[in-house]
Design a protein around this ligand. Structure first.
Ligand code: PMP
Length: 415
């Protein structure tokens, strides 16, 4: 680690949590330069849905490189982009009756969120955005303004403007009164409330502690957005691309977002790509060239991302997600039941599952214990008290079981 300590900026983070130098990886295992193998329940924070060095993608990318395919072309038309779009439309959009346009927004999730906020302001001519408690939308100024975590916000040094924070409610039937109150305040000029440009929400708050919103509450937020002439934006950056057992995290919840933000898993291989799905009437509000950027579709990302879409041609992977997600959940529930005084809470859907251990120090110890015993896992939520399990969806059964066993020992040793 010496070179990292000597040369890398003090803001480095994960290399402190996992203090070794990694050299190679395959599916759900990452190997350090000393040859030690770790089972990966961190999954690149939702990027590596199809595993490290996915063999199908690797072959397609090697073919692309050998054929001198175009790696970079700004947003010129390329065969690889066409293949990706055709595949995305036929596999994901058309079966859902969605006619959203695909906007390629640069490599990162923050780029996608930033563009969505900007477009919502352009469409409505309004400035304010409504975001929710515990939400995470990125680190750039606009996306950070929508991110709730004070530790991240303080990095901006000054208050972040034009974003209102409303409570994110996960209780069945909860949150509806707050929505009615909000509506009443908008009707009352003395409240000082002004109509917003957009509501931005994650259907499962991944960084915020794996908080799962109810369909009823999400539909009420969407209805509120429609009623007040604001856009309804779903940030599906971490829980999209198959994570929950369906392509979109919002599938089956009765939602029809104006804008869907996608990044992380969409490039398939860990190759960066961000894409907003935008209803055509909103998309048309930007003139060609009005919102640009240098990296709006890496050739390798399109190639790998197209192969990734092949996993959604049949139900095999999504059935696996349901089965493995169930196994993860029952292992965590078993741990919570075994330690009844701990007050542990188990949350999640599909293959994003979490154990809220209620105390950041316990979670931190468990993460360190896991690392020492050959496992990578992250903590999230308030004070870092939630252990978040997001292994590759393709994790082999024995690696999954090994990780769950290691985690159980770590938690028992940390309480
Ligand atoms: N939105 C969500 C829901 C995220 O989880 C993240 C990343 N953790 C982002 C946005 C920002 O993505 P990026 O780090 O690629 O900018």
């Amino acid at each position: 680690m010496e070179a990292f300590e000597k040369w890398e900026s003090e803001i480095r983070g994960y290399s402190r949590t996992y203090p070794t130098v990694f050299a190679s990886a395959s599916n759900a295992r990452q190997v350090d330069e000393a040859g030690r193998s770790y089972v990966d329940f961190f999954g690149g924070a939702g990027v590596l849905n199809f595993g490290h060095n996915n063999q199908r993608m690797k072959r397609a990318m090697i073919e692309f490189l050998e054929a001198d395919g175009i790696a970079h072309s700004l947003d010129m038309a390329t065969t690889t982009k066409r293949d990706f779009m055709e595949r995305f439309a036929s596999t994901i959009l058309e079966p859902r009756g969605m006619n959203h346009k695909m906007q390629f927004m640069g490599p990162t999730g923050s780029n996608a969120v930033e563009a969505a906020l900007k477009l919502a302001r352009r469409v409505t001519g309004r400035r304010n955005i409504v975001a929710f408690s515990h939400g995470f939308h990125g680190m750039t100024l606009g996306s950070l303004a929508c991110t709730a975590n004070d530790f991240f916000r303080q990095a901006a040094g000054v208050p972040l403007d034009y974003v209102e924070r409303e409570p994110f409610d996960t209780a069945p039937g909860g949150g509806l009164q707050a929505i009615d109150d909000y509506r009443a305040q908008l009707d009352d000029p003395s409240s000082g409330r002004v109509a917003p440009a957009a509501f931005i929400v994650e259907v499962i708050q991944a960084e915020g502690g794996v908080n799962v919103a109810s369909a009823e509450w999400l539909q009420a937020v969407q209805q509120l957005a429609r009623d007040v002439g604001a856009l309804f934006i779903v940030d599906d950056i971490q829980v999209g691309c198959g994570r929950t057992g369906s392509y979109f995290g919002f599938d089956g919840l009765g939602l029809d977002p104006d804008i869907v933000c996608l990044a992380k898993g969409i490039g398939g291989y860990g190759t960066p790509l961000a894409m907003n799905l935008v209803k055509p009437e909103h998309d048309a509000r930007w003139a060609p060239g009005e919102h640009t950027g240098t990296f709006r579709g890496q050739g390798l990302s399109f190639v790998a991302g197209t192969v990734a879409l092949g996993y959604f041609d049949d139900d095999e992977l999504m059935n696996d997600v349901a089965r493995k997600g169930g196994q993860m959940r029952s292992a965590l529930q078993g741990l919570a039941d075994e330690l009844p005084d701990s007050g542990f809470d188990v949350r999640g859907r599909g293959m994003i599952q979490a154990l809220d251990v209620g105390d950041g120090a316990i979670a931190k110890n468990a993460v360190a214990h896991c690392f020492e015993n050959g496992m990578l896992i992250g903590a999230c939520g308030s004070g870092g008290r939630v252990l978040k399990l997001i292994p590759p969806l393709t994790i082999p059964d024995d690696d999954l079981q090994e990780g769950l066993d290691t985690l159980a020992s770590a938690v028992r040793a940390s309480v």
